[in-house]
Design a protein around this ligand. Structure first.
Ligand code: NDP
Ligand code: OXD
Length: 322
């Protein structure tokens, strides 16, 4: 199917691979690359019905009067969901892709195991050339809580479940058919936190979830677990955590450790005290670093399905924000 002209804009990511791989599916003259700041000529803009986009400055999409759908190059759509320059009728399609899901799953499992098995303490001991055995608990004794039980939360649960961790999830809507206990909605949150030793945030950033990782929540995590205190792992968005609360909780021992991939300001400035907080593992928003060659085939199929009038299950609910 001929999609016509497709505008491609990838924020501060390197565009090379995206252009090269999109040209495998859309003819070269129809791939309209923009840096997201300077729009293409108005007559070209008028021909564009579809955009493949990562973060672009506000107002960019208003240059495309006939836009029908925007495909986010990332699973997170917080950069699109609330934009006034996207008319309500423009569909936002998020990427659900096995490569991306696999990458975030690997990052999540790595961090759960790193804290459960005290990898940071062993790194410290190694730096001091110290043979320092620590008590080791087994996975079924560790309660992992998945804050967000969607595509990524469920995938992480599958692998963590194989390792034997005691799992529960938290979602907006009940999941009666899930293989693990899934708590739903704000009324269930405290009970979910009270049974959680290692909390993994894989939520989308919305008006409802912004700032959810705060002092109040940290204080409600289990303090009686085999891990000797709770851990927080955030692979969602930086806007989920109140950084000063996180720093305080790590410093005063409310939290025993953390792994953080996402920050309100990225790159994280070198003078941010979180770099030097106790028992924290920081990764530079690479949990699900998307590879264009892996994602684009799937994304273009989504666009074709959308253009053919098929119902997609990854259309963003603009009201809910994800
Ligand atoms: P999904 O939409 O598949 O899942 C989101 C989950 O969060 C669902 O279970 C949903 O509940 C739940 N949720 C949303 N809002 C609320 C709320 N108000 N209260 C309780 N639960 C809520 O998203 P994905 O799993 O695909 O991705 C999650 C996020 O991970 C992305 O939005 C993105 O921000 C982040 N991400 C980060 C990456 C990285 O590199 N660090 C890479 C990829 C994604 P319900 O099931 O009821 O709808
Ligand atoms: C994503 C991301 O949302 O990379 O896919 O953060």
């Amino acid at each position: 199917m001929d999609l016509g002209k497709v505008v491609l804009t990838v924020g501060d990511w390197s565009p090379g691979g995206w252009i090269e791989h999109l040209e495998r599916y859309v003819s070269r003259e129809d791939v309209i690359f923009s840096d997201g700041v300077t729009p293409p000529e108005p007559d070209i803009c008028a021909q564009v019905k579809y955009a493949v986009a990562w973060k672009t400055p506000d107002g960019f999409f208003s240059h495309f009067p006939n836009l029908e759908a925007v495909l986010s190059t990332g699973a997170g759509v917080d950069h699109l969901a609330r934009r006034p320059d996207l008319a309500p009728g423009v569909a936002i399609i998020r990427v659900i892709d096995p490569d991306l899901t696999g990458r975030v799953t690997a990052w999540t499992v790595m961090n759960v195991i790193a804290h459960h098995r005290q990898a940071l303490a062993y790194l410290d001991a190694q730096r001091d050339a110290q043979w320092r055995p620590l008590p080791q608990s087994s996975a079924p004794d560790v309660r992992v809580g998945l804050l967000g039980y969607g595509e990524l939360g469920q995938s992480a649960a599958k692998v963590l479940g194989l390792l034997g961790y005691d799992l529960a999830g938290w979602a907006r809507t009940p999941k009666p058919d899930a293989d693990i206990a899934v708590f739903a909605g704000w009324d269930d949150l405290d009970a979910f936190l009270a049974r959680t030793d290692i909390l993994v945030c894989l939520l989308p950033l919305t008006d409802a979830t912004r700032g959810i990782l705060n002092s109040d929540l940290f204080g409600k995590l289990a303090q009686d677990g085999i891990t000797g205190g709770p851990f927080v792992i955030n692979g969602g968005r930086g806007g989920h955590q109140i950084e000063s609360d996180l720093l305080e909780a790590l410093t005063n021992g409310t939290l025993k450790g953390a792994s953080i991939d996402v920050f309100e300001e990225e790159p994280l400035p070198s003078d941010n005290p979180l770099w030097r907080a106790p028992n924290i593992l920081i990764t530079p928003h690479t949990a699900g670093m998307s590879a264009p060659e892996a994602l684009l085939g799937n994304m273009v199929q989504n666009l074709i399905a959308f253009a053919s009038g098929e119902t997609l299950d990854n259309i963003v609910d603009r009201e809910a924000g994800y």
